[in-house]
Design a protein around this ligand. Structure first.
Ligand SMILES: NC(=O)c1ccc[n+]([C@@H]2O[C@H](COP(=O)([O-])OP(=O)(O)OC[C@H]3O[C@@H](n4cnc5c(N)ncnc54)[C@H](O)[C@@H]3O)[C@@H](O)[C@H]2O)c1
Length: 444
């Protein structure tokens, strides 16, 4: 099929490359000319494991090209995927103006009938809005083409995006016409035949809602275990063992039951917020999700309190954050808990150092000279009064305990991801604290 992907960011670029891998002829369009230039020169604008190799393969096979020109991008397209951002608005809810802009552009410039598929995460009923916008834009045209709107939410995880897209747990699409349904069946035919994953075919608002409900549920799991961790700390229980014990129950599952600094990233915070906002708009107060958000924000204070307990005043103390990215495997800093923590520490007068294996350039863009940047975790800890594990990178988990102790001015480690071997650190005299766990015996 001839497929156009509008917005070649984390979702659009990976999707475009995977569509091309499945044999489709794909054009990636973006209005960021720097991004398109990078891609045309064979570069990749962000860090994502496996993506450079996949792009090499499909671009050199001539199945994926890039442009900033929407008319060229739409030439002959049968299916157009909308993969633009839906960032949060200051007053809550997502900014859907980029999605609307694509709808208007497609209405104006498509010369043949197309299926327009929302892959961006949008609130239920965005499809109806898009259909309305398209009809209005086409009102003045001589011979408007038919444009069917569909929803095909994306569930990929940054850091595992290529694998997740090539081998998804399930494919969900919502359509309002046979033509749109058949087009989406054809887009995914190869991978469904090869992998045999479940396909959920629904109407458009149901598919839209599946995405918000999924992310809200995963965020709820994280906040739930963080709340359990609070109780664990007060009764002397170990939250990781509690999660193990719960997780073997197949109705519960172990995934996302990890206590720590809380969730971040470009999706969970904004999607939970968007779901609360949508519910309110339609007359339902989703207070459960408000609490999920509150618990998530509170986790940064939990870590800060542990530092205050250890260091008394944070003013003029040097604190090293081990990890900046919101999770391992990405250089994405959107809503990264480490950045929130860095800002809170700076406000208290601390000197903040940050180690990250891939995200330092982005940290520099976010925080400028306010923090010191390191590409070596031990050097980042040299002379610091405490280290905090903020991202569970393999490089952080592999830190040699003795080298860490020798580097730190005070042997204090707060593990905001429960990622290190606390017993091993405590055994050599590091004062180690995790989230929701008793202090290891040697450091108690
Ligand atoms: N990042 C994830 O892990 C993930 C996972 C699932 C779903 N999503 C959803 O997918 C959507 C995209 O997320 P992302 O992380 O890829 O965002 P991104 O910011 O990485 O990419 C968005 C791209 O859209 C481009 N763009 C914006 N307006 C445009 C326009 N009018 N025409 C052409 N290009 C335009 C931007 O230049 C940018 O390159 C969001 O709705 C997000 O919630 C993201």
């Amino acid at each position: 099929m001839k497929i156009t992907v509008v917005g070649v960011g984390h979702v659009g670029l990976v999707s475009a490359a995977c569509f091309a891998r499945w044999g489709h002829e794909v054009v990636g369009m973006d209005d960021d000319s720097r991004k398109i230039e990078t891609l045309q020169k064979g570069g990749v604008p962000f860090f994502e494991p496996g993506l450079p190799e996949l792009l090499d393969e499909v671009v050199s096979a001539g199945r994926l090209t890039f442009t900033t020109d929407i008319e060229r991008a739409l030439d002959g397209a049968e299916v157009v995927f909308v993969c633009v951002g839906t960032p949060p608005l200051p007053g809550g809810g997502p900014n859907l103006s980029y999605v609307e802009a694509v709808g208007r552009n497609v209405a104006k410039h498509a010369r043949t009938s197309v299926v327009l598929v929302e892959k961006s995460t949008v609130p239920a009923n965005t499809g109806a809005r898009l259909t309305q916008v398209i009809a209005r834009e086409q009102a003045g045209l001589d011979s408007p083409v038919s444009i069917d709107v569909a929803s095909n939410p994306e569930f990929l995880r940054e850091g595992a995006a290529v694998q997740d897209t090539l081998h998804p747990d399930r494919i969900v699409y919502g359509t309002g016409s046979e033509r749109a349904r058949d087009a989406l069946r054809e887009v995914y035919r190869t991978v469904v035949e090869e992998d045999g994953m479940p396909v959920v075919e629904t109407d458009v608002p149901t598919a839209e809602l599946i995405k918000h409900a999924s992310n809200a549920f995963l965020a709820t799991k994280i906040s739930f275990i963080n709340a359990v961790a609070q109780v664990c700390e007060r009764v002397g229980a170990d939250v990781d063992q509690v999660a193990d014990g719960m997780g073997f129950d197949q109705r519960i599952g172990r995934q996302f039951l990890y206590a720590g600094l809380g969730y971040g990233g470009s999706c969970f915070p904004k999607d939970v917020d968007a779901f609360i906002h949508l519910s309110r708009q339609v007359g339902y107060e989703f207070t459960l999700l408000e609490e999920v958000e509150r618990i998530n924000c509170e986790q940064r204070n939990v870590v800060l309190d542990k530092l205050r307990n250890e260091l008394w005043h944070l003013n003029e103390k040097t604190v090293t954050l081990l990890g900046a990215a919101f999770k391992p495997g990405t250089d994405d800093l959107r809503e990264a808990p480490a950045l929130h923590l860095a800002r809170m520490l700076l406000e208290e007068g601390a000197t903040v150092r940050i180690y990250d294996p891939v995200a330092l350039a982005n940290v520099k863009e976010e925080l400028g000279d306010a923090v010191e940047l390191f590409d070596d975790p031990i050097e980042a800890c040299r002379g610091a009064h405490a280290a905090v594990v903020t991202t569970e990178w393999d490089e952080v988990k592999a830190i040699d305990p003795q080298a860490l102790k020798d580097a730190l001015a005070y042997p204090i480690v707060v593990d905001g991801r429960n990622a290190l071997d606390g017993e091993a650190l405590a055994a050599i005299g590091i004062h180690y604290q995790a989230i929701g766990k008793p202090a290891p015996r040697a450091s108690a």
